[in-house]
Design a protein around this ligand. Structure first.
Ligand code: SF4
Length: 109
């Protein structure tokens, strides 16, 4: 019997963490844990779409949201170590850093 679309669960996709990024990844997890019950949330968890949008101009709007993030330093260190190549991490658009062109129509199109 096939489940209706509304009852299917999406597979959990986890990208492998490069060995050299394991320590920064643990530091990032510790930074999240240190947030504890402060009631704060990281901006990319409350409104993630802009952080991973195909359009550079949209990602650029997300970059300043990292400024007040309590895990900014650890996030950037992890992204550097892992060589993250897409999206905004630690207050930087990693796609732009890699010279990646926007995937969709430009704002001026
Ligand atoms: S610094 Fe990292 S965890 Fe914080 S909002 Fe930016 S991308 Fe998200």
């Amino acid at each position: 019997m096939t489940r209706p679309q509304s009852q299917r669960t999406a597979p959990l996709l986890l990208a492998p963490i490069p060995t050299e990024a394991a320590r920064p990844f643990l530091s990032l997890l510790h930074a999240f844990a240190a947030m504890g019950d402060t009631g704060r949330a990281v901006p990319c968890s409350t409104d993630p779409d802009g952080f991973y949008h195909d359009l550079r101009v949209v990602r650029a709007l997300a970059v300043p949201l990292c400024r007040d993030c309590p895990v900014l330093t650890a996030c950037g260190a992890y992204a550097d170590a892992a060589g993250e190549r897409f999206g905004v991490w630690g207050g930087r658009d990693r796609s732009a850093a890699m010279g990646r062109a926007p995937a969709g129509p430009t704002a001026s199109a």
